[in-house]
Design a protein around this ligand. Structure first.
Ligand code: TMP
Length: 392
C-alpha cells in the first residue's frame, strides 16, 4: 500500500531550460509516497519519458571531474574483476563511462538524441532508444547475450521497473553481472536532501527495496558499495541467484541492517523526514531574507535538476538569488525551470561581485570549494541547505 508522506508542491520539468522566463509553465504535483509492501519510495505523478528525455536533454555526465573519475575507476575495476567480452550501458549519456573501453567492447543505450549523437560520432555503438523489452530483444538478436550490464542514475527514472528488470534478465548471460548505481535513500534521509526528488527521479532506491524487487527476477545483490557521487549513492553488484560462482559479501547484509536500524522499512521514518523538510524550507528562507535585508548579493552555483526542486518548493526567485552560474553549455543563458533566475556562463572571477554563493551543486561541494579557494580566502561565503540550512 502506498502511503503519502511529503508534498513538494507544483514543480516544472526539472531539465526544461528555456532561454526566456515563462511565467505560465506547465507544472506537476511532486508528492512522495512509501510503499509498505515493496518498501519503495516513489513520486506519484509519472510524466511520459518522451517528454522528459528528448532531443535537447541538458544533463552531461562528463561535465564533472568527480563523475569522470568515478567512471574511470569503475571501468578499471570492471576490466580487472570481471573482464567481460561485451558491456552494455543503459543510459550512456555523453559517454563518460563507455569512453573508458575499446569501441568494439561497449554498447550504449541512450534515448536522448543529442547525447546519443555524441557517442555515435565518437564511433561507439549507440542505440538511440528507451530501455524496454523490445530493445532488449533487438540487442539480443544482434549480440546474443551480454555478460556485463551497467546503469547509473537511469533505472530509477523509468516508471515500469518490472519491465526494466525483465528486459535486463532477458539479455544477461547465465553468469552475467548487472551493476547499477543510484542515489541512496539512506543518505537522502540523513542529509535531508529532499531535492533528490524531481519528476525524473521516480524512485529512490534502498538496498531493502532493490533486494525485494530483484527477487521477482531471480536476481540478487552480491556486493554493495557506498559512493559519494550524486550526494551519496549505492552501487549494487547483481547476479543470477543460480550463479554459485560468486559469493554474497557480508557488506550486503550490513547495508540492509543499517537501513533497518534507520527505519527505512517504516512509514514513521518518512513522516519525520517530512517534518524536517518543512523546517528546512523555513530555515533557508530565514537566511535568504536576512541576507536580502542586509542588501547583500547572492549567486547560485550549479544549476542542477535538484536545485529546481528547492527553488520551486521554497519559492525562491531573483528577489533572493540574482543569477546562477553553470559550466554546462546547454544551460547557459537560459532560466531555472519555473523561476525567474538566469543562468550565466561560469567564468573564473564570476563570484567576485557577490557576497554569498548558494550551493546548488552541493553534491560537488568538495570539487567546487577546491576550485573556489580564492573566493573563500577573500571572505566569500556559501549558503547551503544540506544537511541543514546554514552559512559556510
Ligand atoms: P548534477 O548534480 O545533476 O550532477 O548537476 C551538476 C550541475 O552543476 C551541472 O549542471 C554542472 C554544474 N557544475 C558547475 O557548474 N560547476 C562545477 O564545478 C561542477 C562540479 C558542476
Amino acid at each position: 500500500m502506498n502511503k503519502f508522506f511529503l508534498d513538494l508542491g507544483k514543480q516544472p520539468l526539472a531539465n526544461n531550460y528555456l532561454n526566456y522566463f515563462k511565467k505560465k509553465q506547465t507544472k506537476y504535483n511532486l508528492k512522495l509516497f512509501f510503499n509498505t509492501k515493496s518498501k519503495m519510495v516513489s513520486i506519484s505523478k509519472r510524466i511520459p519519458s518522451k517528454i522528459m528525455f528528448n532531443n535537447k536533454y541538458p544533463y552531461r555526465s562528463s561535465m564533472s571531474l568527480t563523475m569522470k573519475k568515478s567512471f574511470n575507476k569503475l571501468s578499471n575495476e570492471i576490466k580487472k574483476k570481471f573482464n567481460p567480452k561485451i558491456i552494455l550501458e543503459i543510459g550512456s549519456n555523453d559517454g563518460a563511462l563507455i569512453s573508458n573501453f575499446p569501441k568494439n567492447k561497449v554498447i550504449g543505450v541512450e534515448p536522448c538524441k543529442n547525447l546519443a549523437k555524441i557517442t555515435k560520432k565518437e564511433g561507439f555503438k549507440t542505440f538511440n532508444d528507451y530501455w524496454n523489452l523490445k530493445l532488449s530483444k533487438k540487442i539480443k538478436s544482434i549480440y546474443n547475450q551480454i555478460d556485463l550490464i551497467y546503469s547509473a542514475n537511469t533505472l530509477t527514472h523509468i516508471s515500469n521497473l518490472d519491465e526494466v528488470f525483465k528486459s535486463i534478465s532477458y539479455l544477461l548471460s547465465k553468469n552475467g553481472i548487472l551493476i547499477i548505481e543510484d542515489p541512496s535513500l539512506l543518505e537522502c534521509l540523513k542529509k535531508n536532501s529532499y531535492d533528490q526528488f524531481y519528476n525524473e527521479h521516480i524512485y529512490l532506491f534502498s538496498a531493502i527495496s532493490v533486494k525485494k524487487l530483484l527477487e521477482k527476477f531471480k536476481l540478487e545483490i552480491f556486493d554493495i558499495k557506498n559512493l559519494s557521487t550524486h550526494g551519496g549513492s549505492l552501487r549494487y553488484y547483481i547476479k543470477r541467484k543460480n550463479n554459485k560462482n560468486l559469493k554474497i559479501k557480508k557488506n550486503v547484509q550490513k547495508q540492509i541492517r543499517k537501513e533497518i536500524i534507520h527505519g527505512l522499512d517504516k512509514i514513521k521514518t518518512y513522516r519525520k523526514f517530512s517534518k524536517n523538510i518543512k523546517k528546512s524550507k523555513i530555515d533557508l528562507l530565514k537566511i535568504l531574507n536576512k541576507v536580502k535585508k542586509e542588501n547583500k548579493k547572492i549567486i547560485g552555483y550549479g544549476a542542477t535538476a535538484k536545485v529546481v526542486t528547492v527553488l520551486n518548493y521554497c519559492n525562491i526567485d531573483n528577489r533572493f538569488i540574482s543569477y546562477f552560474t553553470d559550466i554546462t553549455p546547454e544551460k547557459i543563458n537560459s532560466f531555472i525551470p519555473g523561476k525567474n533566475i538566469k543562468i550565466l556562463k561560469y567564468k573564473k572571477n564570476i563570484l567576485k561581485k557577490y557576497d554569498y554563493v548558494f550551493l546548488g551543486a552541493w553534491n560537488f561541494k568538495k570539487e567546487i570549494f577546491n576550485k573556489e579557494k580564492k573566493f573563500i580566502k577573500e571572505g566569500g561565503k556559501f549558503i547551503t541547505h544540506i544537511p541543514k540550512p546554514r552559512i559556510i
